[in-house]
Design a protein around this ligand. Structure first.
Ligand code: ATP
Length: 321
């Protein structure tokens, strides 16, 4: 659906986006995650055709954005970071104008406007001038215009920025719903947003892609957590036959409850190992308090990637598992 090759953008001498390449398949929700100034907005502006790249290529549904911008843009909806909204217009007039800009007219235009105002819950504000709207309502109007015409590709720059928790939930549910028919790329600096919405994350750092990974893969940890009455040397002896347990680290002890973090081989079957370890401990007459798979804390991971030396950032995330 979207292919980006070696995209680079300079502001003067400063490289805001540096040789970025990725592909996004139909129906994926991909999060661009990065600190302020990482280059997310610049990437999105280029994807939407709002600014040009200095180098590289963008294809939307096999149409080259630079060569045929009008045709490529027909397939996309864009929520910019700062919506160039006309303050004196009412919401209804603005959506009417935005629909016409997208080439909608007649019955289709009316039914599309009805659909987007319902989806973003802005009916009570339809006749209000945009200048009188709160930040959250302006954001919802921005999302409404982006989804007009059911675009195949949605580019959303910080879609829940400034929204209250209820509206954040509503917009996230809407994005998930839209992704059933469209491909979505959204930017954020909040890991929870990616966690709540995305299938895949691109972590952007200093204008480069530091990590490109499926969330499911990132969440997996090659560790189990175990609480037992066994002392460390007893546990090492007991688990000796299990070749997939490659490391045993005692993390704490409290009132004879020893907590361990067990490193598991890449090929190890976590669930089967939990069963095997439980059996061995119980058959040895020791107490098993708990055993479970460890889940990676994505927030910590994001911090590690951003704190790692630049060239090591991508590898760090793998090593952290
Ligand atoms: P944020 O989360 O704060 O929106 P971002 O990841 O979207 O940040 P960009 O807005 O793409 O980052 O900015 C990337 C870098 O390019 C920053 O260092 C920014 O200062 C710089 N930059 C962006 N726009 C311009 C511009 N028009 N002129 C000069 N520098 C710019």
């Amino acid at each position: 659906m979207l292919e980006v090759r070696q995209l680079t953008r300079l502001y003067g001498d400063f490289k805001a986006v540096d040789n970025v390449s990725f592909k996004i398949k139909k129906g994926e929700i991909v999060g661009l995650l990065g600190h302020n100034g990482a280059g997310k907005t610049t990437i999105m502006k280029m994807l939407s055709g709002y600014i040009e790249s200095n180098q590289g290529m963008i294809e939307i549904d096999d149409i080259d954005l630079q060569q045929d911008p009008k045709k490529a843009q027909k397939n996309l909806g864009y929520l910019p970071e700062n919506l160039p909204i006309y303050p004196e217009m009412t919401v209804a007039d603005y959506l009417d104008y935005a629909s016409e800009m997208k080439g909608l007219s007649g019955e289709t235009k009316i039914s599309e406007i009805k659909r987007v105002i319902q989806a973003t819950d802005i009916i009570p504000k339809l006749l209000s001038p945009i200048s009188t709207l709160s930040r959250g309502y302006k954001q919802r109007v921005g999302v409404a215009q982006a989804i007009l015409g059911k675009p195949k590709l949605l580019i959303l720059d910080e879609p829940t920025n400034g929204l209250d928790p209820t509206q954040t939930r509503l917009i996230r549910a809407l994005i998930r719903d839209l992704a059933k028919e469209a491909t979505v790329i959204l930017s954020t600096h909040i890991m929870q947003e990616v966690d709540a919405l995305c299938d895949r994350v691109l972590i952007i750092r200093n204008g480069q892609v530091a990590v490109d990974a499926q969330l499911e893969e990132l969440r997996k940890s090659n560790h189990l957590q175990l609480a037992t009455s066994l002392e460390k040397d007893e546990l090492i002896t007991l688990l000796q036959p299990l070749n997939d347990v490659i490391q045993i680290e005692e993390t704490s002890t409290e009132q004879q409850v020893h907590l361990y973090r067990l490193g598991i081989a890449e090929t190890g079957d976590h669930l089967a190992l939990c069963g095997d370890i439980a059996k061995l401990i119980i058959n040895a007459g020791a107490t098993l308090f708990s055993i479970n798979q460890e889940h990676r804390d994505l927030e910590t991971l994001f911090r590690e990637v951003n704190e790692a030396p630049i060239e090591a950032a991508g590898e760090e995330i793998q090593d952290a598992a």
